[in-house]
Design a protein around this ligand. Sequence first.
Ligand SMILES: *Cc1c(COP(=O)(O)O)cnc(C)c1O
Length: 423
Amino acid sequence: MEKKPFVTREKLEEIAAAVPTPFHIYDERGIRENARALRAAFAWNPGFREYFAVKAEPNPVIMQVLREEGCGSDCSSMTELMLARAVGNDGHLTMFSSNETPAEEYAFAAKMGAIINFDDLTMVDYYQKNVGPFPKTMCCRFNPGGIFTVSNGIMDNPGDAKYGMTREQLFEAFAKMKAGGVEHFGIHSFLVSNSITNDYYPMLARLLFQLAVEAKEKVGVHVAFVNLSGGIGIPYRPDQQANDIFAIGEGVRKAFEEILVPAGMGDVSIFTELGRFMTGPYGALVTRAVHEKHIMKEYIGVDACACNLMRPAMYGAYHHITVMGKENAPADHVYDVVGSLCENNDKFAIDRHLPKIDIGDLIYIHDTGAHGFSMGYNYNGKLRSAEVLLKEDGSFELIRRAETPADYFATFDKLSVYKKLFI
Ligand SMILES: *Cc1c(COP(=O)(O)O)cnc(C)c1O
């Protein structure tokens, strides 16, 4: 898939005059159109809802845009729950798919009416002992174990993952929860991350639909929803093909017709908790070339670093790069594009073929709209960047300001004297 920035160089220079680089920018139009396509692909299921995985891009303005497109929130911590509340996603508009969860977070989730998703059988007793009676609607997370393979060979290893419970444990949990007053049940599982295939969701759906039928027959519970969770990927590389959300929706529908409908379970709602698919391609990290260095290799130093985008350093992840204004220039130079951390993995690109980069060029790092800003950190005393929303009408809005040293010093309660001195 050809990778093109969603914003022009002129617009980025205009924004950079008001919001200094580096910053993450998000494309409201892209986010909305994609969210509408997802809804259309699952329109055959009247109860369908996407719960946006807040950890992918925890900005209330983005969450609000998604809320306007019918999306709820998927949270796994107290502050994520608070964000969901802040945008009005009370009640069943929030899924709490947490793990290793403290009682006070369950209590907060229950108070706002969120759907709580138990990651483990032990949470059933833990909840009753430390939180209180069960809400009427709850969910359990399933781990099938073994190796999960999809048709194009991509696979993951649920047997090695810390999440979810076994089949027997799930039935035991359901029985206990039913005895404790739960009336409506959900089944959840997340087996493959960033899948670039239209087969993942349909295969997962088949597995969970069969489990839902079994749960109904064995434990006698009402399964109200199946939550396919996250995992639909995006084409980070130009040679990758984007997923076809309509083919995916159709694949899930087929499994639904074949498994749930004959079992008299045609009322089951499909939920998703997509993060990367919802915002990943509609965000970019905008940074400027500030230094060049010629030693054994050619280096371009930019004013962003791994603190602004951890994925390349952490997973060796590929993020496509466009040198703004040089989209059509030949990629006849080979660079490592690096940040300023005292860590040799602080490289946005290694041996990347790019057009000649001049100091001052705007560097557009693609696909940072999910698990980009949100994985940011403060190593080397680096400060988190601003976030900007490019609105549908072409104007822009600062939706998170950049951190300042005062933010960094804010948690040193005993250093008030120093704070006064330096800030
Ligand atoms: C991370 C996560 C998601 C979102 O995953 P993506 O790969 O961004 O789609 C959804 N649900 C849970 C429980 C998660 O931990």
